[in-house]
Design a protein around this ligand. Structure first.
Ligand code: HEC
Length: 350
C-alpha cells in the first residue's frame, strides 16, 4: 500500500511541478500538449493523474504526521480545478462555463467532505470557529471576512460594468437603421396627394402616351454590368421623343442636383459622399432602387432624410427633401432617369 501511495505521491509532485512550470514558463508551455478544444478524454485522464497524485501526497503527509486539514484539502481541490480549467484548456474556456464547472466541482467536494460524519465535522469545524470567534485572532479573521466579502462583491460587480478591451476604448453602440422603412400609404407633394399603391410615373409612357412599364423595360436590353441601350433608344439623340426625352430631362436634373452625393455613375460615390453617415445610396447596388417601387422612390426623393419615419432612426440622413427645390414633374423625371441609367426595373406592387 505504502509503495503504491508513494509512487502516486511522486507522480502528483511531478505533475504539479510540470503544470506550474508550463504555466510560469519555466519549461515550454506545450511540453505536454494543451487540452485542445474540449477533449474530454485527455482532460479526464490528466485530472485522474492529479487526483491519484494528490491522494498519494495526502497519504504520505498523513503518515509523516503532517496531515493537511480536511478543510484546506477541499478548498485546495476546488482552487486547483479552477486553476487547471483556466490554464490547461485551449482555446480558453469562457468564464461563465468555468463558473459552471466550478460549481459542479464544489458540489462534488461537498459530497466528498460530508461522506461520513467524522470528515464532515473536520471540514466544518474551521468555519464554525471563525463564526464563533472565541479568540482575538479568530475575531480578527471574522472581521476581515465581514469587510472582504462585500468589498469583493462590489469589486466584482464594478469590474463587470467597466468597459473592457484595448485601452478601454469603447465602441459606440451600433445604430440599427432600417434602410428601407415602410412607406406611408400616401404622400402629399406640392399640395397633391399621391397614393403610393396606385400612383404611376406620368413620364413612363409608350409612344401612345400611356403609362407602360413593359414598354420602357424593353428599351433596356441587358441587366447587371454591361447594360446596353437598344439601338433606337438613346435619350441623348436630338430626335428622342416621349419616354426617352423624359429620361434625358431627368438626367439633366440628376446632374444638376444629385451627382454631388450619389455620384456620376449613380454608385453613391459622389464628391461629397464620404462626408456623410449614412453615405448616399448606391443606386447600382441591387439592394436599393431595384428592390423598390417607383412611388417609394418618388416619396423618398420628395421628403428626403427629414421625411423618414420612426424606423429610419437615427435620422442622420442628409438626403434633402427635394420637394423644396424641384417640381413634382422634375422629381418623377429624375426617378425615371435613375432606373434608366442603372438598368433596373422598378418593382411593381404584385
Ligand atoms: C447632400 C447629399 C445628397 C444629395 C444632393 C442627394 N441625395 Fe439622395 N441620399 C443621400 C443620402 C445620404 C441617402 C441615404 C440615406 C437615406 O436613405 O436617406 C440618400 C438616399 C436617396 C434615396 C433612397 C434610396 C433607397 O434605397 O432608399 C433616393 C431615391 C435618393 N437619395 C435620390 C436622390 C435624388 C433623386 C437626388 C437629386 C434630386 C438626391 N438623392 C440628392 C444624400 C443625397
Amino acid at each position: 500500500m505504502k509503495a503504491i501511495m508513494s509512487a502516486a505521491a511522486v507522480v502528483g509532485v511531478i505533475a504539479s511541478l510540470l503544470l506550474l512550470g508550463m504555466i510560469f514558463g519555466v519549461v515550454k508551455a506545450d511540453t505536454v500538449h494543451l487540452v485542445e478544444g474540449y477533449m474530454p478524454m485527455q482532460m479526464i485522464f490528466e485530472l485522474a493523474i492529479f487526483v491519484a497524485g494528490f491522494t498519494g501526497l495526502s497519504y504520505m503527509l498523513n503518515s509523516m504526521g503532517m496531515a493537511i486539514p480536511r478543510f484546506w484539502q477541499g478548498i485546495g481541490f476546488v482552487a486547483f480545478i479552477l486553476f487547471y480549467l483556466k490554464s490547461r484548456v485551449y482555446p480558453p474556456i469562457p468564464f461563465s462555463v468555468r463558473a459552471m464547472y466550478g460549481t459542479v466541482t464544489m458540489v462534488a467536494v461537498f459530497m466528498w467532505m460530508s461522506s461520513n460524519e467524522e470528515d464532515w465535522k473536520k471540514f466544518r469545524q474551521p468555519i464554525l470557529n471563525v463564526m464563533d470567534a472565541a479568540t482575538p485572532k479568530l475575531k480578527l479573521i471574522r472581521t476581515l471576512f465581514l469587510i472582504a466579502i462585500p468589498v469583493a462583491l462590489w469589486g466584482f460587480s464594478y469590474q463587470s460594468f467597466v468597459p473592457q478591451g484595448a485601452g478601454a476604448d469603447v465602441d459606440e453602440p451600433i445604430e440599427l437603421r432600417t434602410v428601407h422603412p415602410a412607406p406611408p400609404a400616401s404622400t402629399k407633394v406640392h399640395g397633391k396627394t399621391f397614393v403610393l399603391q396606385t400612383s404611376q410615373n406620368p413620364y413612363r409612357v409608350n409612344p401612345e402616351g400611356k403609362y407602360d412599364q413593359e414598354y420602357s423595360n424593353k428599351l433596356i436590353v441587358e441587366q447587371a454590368m454591361g447594360r446596353l441601350m437598344q439601338a433606337n433608344a438613346n435619350p441623348w439623340d436630338e430626335k428622342a421623343e416621349g419616354y426617352l426625352k423624359n429620361v434625358r430631362e431627368g438626367g439633366e436634373i440628376f446632374f444638376q442636383n444629385c451627382h454631388f452625393c450619389h455620384g456620376d455613375n449613380l454608385n453613391g460615390r459622389g464628391l461629397h459622399a464620404f462626408a456623410f453617415n449614412p453615405i448616399p445610396a448606391n443606386f447600382t447596388d441591387p439592394g436599393t432602387i431595384a428592390q423598390l417601387q417607383e412611388t417609394f422612390i418618388f416619396w423618398r426623393v420628395s421628403k428626403g432624410g427629414l421625411g423618414l419615419p420612426r424606423e429610419g432612426f437615427p435620422w442622420a440622413s442628409v438626403m434633402p427633401p427635394w420637394e423644396q427645390h424641384l417640381t413634382t414633374d422634375e422629381i418623377w423625371k429624375v426617378v425615371l432617369f435613375e432606373y434608366w441609367h442603372t438598368g433596373y426595373y422598378p418593382r411593381t406592387w404584385d
